[in-house]
Design a protein around this ligand. Structure first.
Ligand SMILES: Cc1ncc(C[n+]2csc(CCOP(=O)(O)OP(=O)(O)O)c2C)c(N)n1
Length: 311
């Protein structure tokens, strides 16, 4: 269990003055992760909001070495850098125990960088891949990704007379990652900072590839006031819209059981991307279906925990 008092003693490696929107969840995730990561760390980052707001030439918010790479290549770049590091370590050219973290959005992870992640996991390169999941291609104008939830309005799943927002459920990326038997995989979100920093520690200590899927509310794309970012993150966990769990050595563990599992409306209602669902009966049916999907996933996760959990 991490203590805020201790974390605050660590150097800020993601400095203030970057150009993220007010209330950006992605910036908070990067800051929390770098506060928790044992140094030295080398970062790898494809394009996406984080790259845009943190590294506009000639400024950079990163106080660690950071490699900027093409959209689909975070995991393949990390693989190459880790292989080069291992070679130089064996040659005795590098003495430090360096950690490597790739940061990419859900577009860069669930969709366009997907093949590279699968390859890196299968080859077992030792690095941490962090997906900062804001459930859409936010940097280029709020297009839907395969992480966008059912019923959400985006500019490429526009709610109107033809479709009521996105008509497909989110891709279950965690299960796909777990199918590769990584050294560690976990899902978390920024409101549960203690859970997040604990998982960063475990992921970086793991002997092989590790993966963190971090839900990061986006005031612009989700259309909620910036001061509600942490509240949205907490509601995602409390409604079980975003289950907080980990997978390690073949075992599932649910790390956060809400005292009272809230209905998904509590998460959806404050967000403009779901506002069309709160007008009329058609919207009610979609909310009910979203709730059904959440309940089914939550029950399945508990079954997996029972079947493949700690004794
Ligand atoms: C091969 C390629 N296709 C498309 C783009 C344009 N592009 C840059 S960032 C981006 C969206 C990034 O979305 P995501 O990875 O979810 O990160 P976010 O901006 O939401 O943080 C797109 C489509 C690109 N740079 N390269």
């Amino acid at each position: 269990m991490a203590r805020l008092k201790d974390l605050c003693q660590n150097p800020e490696l993601f400095s203030s003055g970057h150009r993220a929107c007010a209330g950006c969840g992605e910036a908070l995730a990067v800051r929390q992760i770098l506060l928790a990561a044992p140094q030295p760390v080398v970062g790898i980052m494809p394009t996406g909001c984080t790259e845009i707001f943190s590294s506009i030439y000639p400024h950079a918010a990163w106080q660690i070495p950071m490699i900027h790479t093409a959209f689909e290549t975070a995991a393949s770049t990390a693989s190459g850098v880790v292989a080069a590091y291992n070679f130089h370590k064996r040659q005795g050219n590098i003495k430090d125990d360096v950690k490597f973290i790739a940061f990419a959005g859900d577009g860069g992870t669930y969709d366009i960088g997907f093949q590279a992640i699968s390859g890196a996991l299968e080859r077992r390169h030792k690095f941490l891949y962090v997906c900062t999941d804001n459930e859409g291609y936010m940097n280029t104008g709020i297009q839907r990704s395969s992480a966008t939830p059912y019923g959400a309005h985006t500019t490429t799943s526009p709610a109107g007379s033809v479709i009521p927002g996105k008509t497909m459920p989110r891709k279950d990326l965690m299960e796909i990652v777990i199918a590769h038997s990584p050294a560690y995989a976990a899902q978390t979100t920024i409101a549960l900072w203690n859970d997040l920093v604990t998982k960063v520690g475990k992921a970086l200590a793991a002997d092989g590839p590790s993966f963190l899927n971090v839900l990061v509310p986006c005031p612009l794309g989700w259309q909620h006031p910036g001061n509600l970012t942490i509240e949205m993150s907490r509601l995602a966990a409390d409604t079980c819209f975003w289950p907080i769990y980990e997978w390690e050595n073949g075992r599932y563990k649910v790390n956060y059981e809400p005292k009272e599992k809230k209905p998904v409306e509590a998460f959806m209602k404050p967000q403009g991307r779901f506002s069309h669902l709160f007008k009329g009966d058609a919207g009610k049916a979609i909310i009910d279906e979203a709730q059904r999907q959440i309940d089914a996933q939550w029950a399945l996760l508990h079954k997996r925990q029972e079947a493949f959990g700690a004794a």
